[in-house]
Design a protein around this ligand. Sequence first.
Ligand code: PEP
Ligand code: MG
Length: 918
Amino acid sequence: MTEKHVYSFNDGDGHDKKLLGGKGANLCEMTQIGVNVPPGFVITTRACLDYLEKNALPQGLMESIRGEIDNLEAATGKTFGRGTDPLLVSVRSGSALSMPGMMDTILNLGLNEETLAGLIEQTGDERFVYDAYRRFIQLFGKVVFGIADEHFDEYFEEVKIRVGVKADVGLEADHLREISEKFLAVVRRETGSDFPQDVMSQLQLAVEAVFRSWMGKRAVDYRREFHITPDMANGTAVNICTMVFGNKGDDCATGVGFTRNPGTGENEMFGEYLTNAQGEDVVAGIRTPKPLQSMQEEMPEQYRQLVALRDTLESHYQEVQDYEFTIEKGTLYCLQTRNGKMNATAMVRTSVDMYGEELISRDQALLRVDPELLEQLLHPTLDPDSATTPIATGLPASPGAASGKCVFDADLAEKLGHVGEKVILVREETRPEDIHGFFAAEGILTSRGGKTSHAAVVARGMGKPCVAGAEGIIVDVGLRQAHVGEHILHEGDVITLDGATGMVYLGEIATIPAHFSDELKTLLGWADEIADLKVMANADTPEAARRALDYGAMGIGLCRTERMFNASDRLPIVVDMILANNAEDRTAALDRLLPIQRADFIELFSVMAPNPVTVRLLDPPMHEFLPTEQQLLEQIDMLRLYRNVVRGRQTVLATFNPRIELPKPFDELSEELVNDALIKKERMLKKVRELQEVNPMLGHRGVRLGIAYPEIYAMQIEAILEATVECAQQGLSVRPEIMVPQVITSQELATVKRTIDKLTEQLEEGFGRKLRFKFGTMIETVRACTRASRLAANVEFFSFGTNDLTQAVFSFSREDAENKFLPMYNESGILQDNPFEVLDVNGVGQLIEMAVERGRGEREDLKIGICGEQGGHPESIRFCHYAGLDYVSCSGPRIPIARLAAASAKLREEQFTTSARL
Ligand code: PEP
Ligand code: MG
C-alpha cells in the first residue's frame, strides 16, 4: 500500500505535528472541534522529505491532491479553474515548529484568464478581482520563479505616483488591471514563458516551491540559530485551504489576535484588524491596523463571534493562542492558530493566572515557561531619572531597553554586531530576510506597522526591545539617514529605545536593573516545592550574597576566596605574601590577612545564615596576583628614568640657593624612595619569572599550592573556623563548608584535613562546644572522578568543577578554546554546543555519573553538587537531576532560571534519555 500523503482537515490527526506541521495539525484540530475553518487539506512533511530526496513529487501525490480538490469543490460548491464561482486556494508552508516568515505562502491560487472573468461576473467587483490577481502573480512569481519583489514593486509604485495615491486602497480597478498585466509581463520577461494558466500546474509548482523553501537559506539559517534539529522538525507540510476574502467590502475584515496580551500577559482581547483588507496587509504594516476592541462598535456581531472563538481556542488548547481570522461578508473564519509566543513577563503572568482560573495545572504552569526565557526579566529598564525628552514615539512592541548605534540595513547591523558594536536596526518595516540583522541588533525600530508586524513579532520572540510604527521617523536608506522632526539621525548616531513605552531617545540613557514581579515569585515558589535539586549561588562577597538571596539562592555553593583578595587594601598584602622568601615572612603577611578574611567570612556567613556557605580554599596560580613580566619591565624602565630626573633635581638645587622653592612634584620623592620602589619591582620581576609556567591552568595551583605553602591554607581555615565561632557566639546558625580545589588523591585531602583537625581542636577548647562545619572536595580532575570512592572516604561532600573538568576531558584550554576553534567547531556541527556553557552529557557526564556512583558507594550520605558555569544551564541542570546530584550552583542572575529548570527536570524526569551516547 502506498503511503498516505494527503489529509483532509476533517481527518488529519491534530496531535501529529511532525507529520502535518504545526499549522496543518491545528487546522485539522480546529475543524474537528467545530471552529469555522475554510475547507482544506494538508500534504505531509514526509512527502516534502521524499520530494527533497528524489527531486520529484512522490508517486500518486498529484492524484491524491486532485481528489481532495474534488472534495473541496463538493464542500464549497465552487469549481477549480473554471466557472463563475471559482475555487481559489491558499498554499502555505508549516513545519512541526513554528518558524515565522521563514518559508513561503501563496494566496489566490486558481486565478487564470477564465476564472478572472468568472469571478468578475460573479462579484461584479472588478477592482477586487484584479487586486487578488496582481497579488497572486507577484507571490507566485516570487515563490515559484524566484523573481525579486523589486521587479514588481517598481511598476506598482510607478502607477501609484502617476495616479497620485499613497496607499493601494486609492487605486481603481483599471489601475489594478494595468498592474496585473505589467506583472504578467514581468513573469514573461524574467522566465521566458507565460504565466501558467492550468490551475493544477499552478498547484503543483506551488507545492514544489514550498517544499523547496524548507532548504532555502532563510529557513536553514533560522534552524541553525534556534538549534532546531531534524529531530524537532523535519520538512515542511503544505496546507491547501479554500480562500476567504477580507477585502470584498466593508462587511469584510482580516486580523490577527492573541487570546491574552502577549506583552503583559493580561487576560484581555488583544490584536489588530483592518476592514476591507487581506491578511498580508496587517502583518506587512502597509496600513496601520485598528485594535480589536474597535470592532465592538464597528462590527458588534462579529466581535461577539471573535470573543467566542478566543474562548474556544484557549479552553481547548489550554494555552495562549496566536490566531488569524478573516471576516467575509459578515462570516468569521479562523485561518490559523498556534501557541502564542510571548515575552517572559507575559509567560509568567499567564502561567500564574491560568492556574488560578483552573485552566491548567501547576505542573503545566511550570512546564510551559522555558527557563531561559526568564533571562529577559533580568534585563534592565530605562532609569526614569535620566530619561530625557523622546525624539519620537512608536508602539511599545517588545519591552526592554537598549542603546546602540543606528544602522539602516540588516547586513551592516550583522557586520557591526560581529565586531562587538552595539547597534539598533532602524527600518521603515522589516521582512524575514532581515533576520540576520535582528540577531546582531540590541533592539529594533521601525517607522511602519503595528504590534503584530514582522518586526514586533520577531523581536518579541527573541526578547529584544522593539519600537514599531514610529511614524514620525522617515528613513532614507540611500542617504544613510533618518529624519525625526527637526533631527537628522545619521548612521552611527547612538539612540536608545524603550520597548515598554514606545519612546525613542537620542544618545545613551542609564538603565536600572529588573525586579521580580509577584507572579514570578509565585511561580518560582512552586518550582522550589517541586524540585529535588537545591539552587545555590556562586558568590564571593557579602553584596553578591545579598543579591543572590534576592534571586532565591538557597546558600552559596562556591565562594572563590581569591576574589576576596582583589580589593585595593588587600592586594598589597597578598603580594607581600607571594614575594616572601621564607615561611616566616609569609606568615607575617598572612597574619595581616587573617583578620580581613575572618571579617569577610563573618559577614558572608551572617548574610546567608542559616544556609550553607561553601568556601573554596585558594585556587589560582600565584602569578595571577602579580603584574605581568611586560608590565613590570615597563614600570622598571620608567622608574629608572624617574631616578635620573630626581638626580637632576639635586644637581639643580646644588647650583642655586639651597632654599629655593621648586614647584611640585619636584620636592616630593627622594632618590631613596625611588630606589625602594625599584628594588620592590625588581624583586617582583624575579618572582614573576620564577612563577612562570608554560600552562599555568594545569600547573602550580589549587591544593598543590596548599601543600607547598601550608601556612596559606592554615590562615584561610583559621579565618573560616574563627568566623564560625564568632557567628555562633552571636547566636547565628551558620553552616560553613570548607572545599579543596584541584584534588587528585586522598593524600592531598588528608594533609589539609590534618590542619583542619588541629585548628578545630584548639578552637573548640576555647569555645567549649563542637564546631559545626563540613569538609569536602571539588571534583575537577579526571583522576578525582576515577578515585571518587577513596576521596569520598575523606570528605562529606563533592562539588563538580565542570569548568576544569571539561578542560581536562576535552584537552581544550578553557582560556583559549572559546576564542579560537570552538566557534568553528560549533558552526560546522562537529560539536553541537560549547561544552564550557552546556554540560557535555555524553563525555563529561559519564565521568560525573561514575564519580557519583563510586562516591556514594563509599559514603551513602555524600552531598554532591556542581559549581561550574554549566550549573546555571537548563539542559545541564536536567542532567544533574538525572545523575542524582543534590544541588547546582550558579551565578546570581542565573538562579531564577536554575530554579525553574530544576522543577522542570523533576517534572520531565521520565523523558530523560542519554541514548545519544551510544
Ligand atoms: C570549575 O573549575 O568548574 C570551578 C568552578 O572552578 P574555577 O572556575 O574557579 O576554576
Ligand atoms: Mg576549577
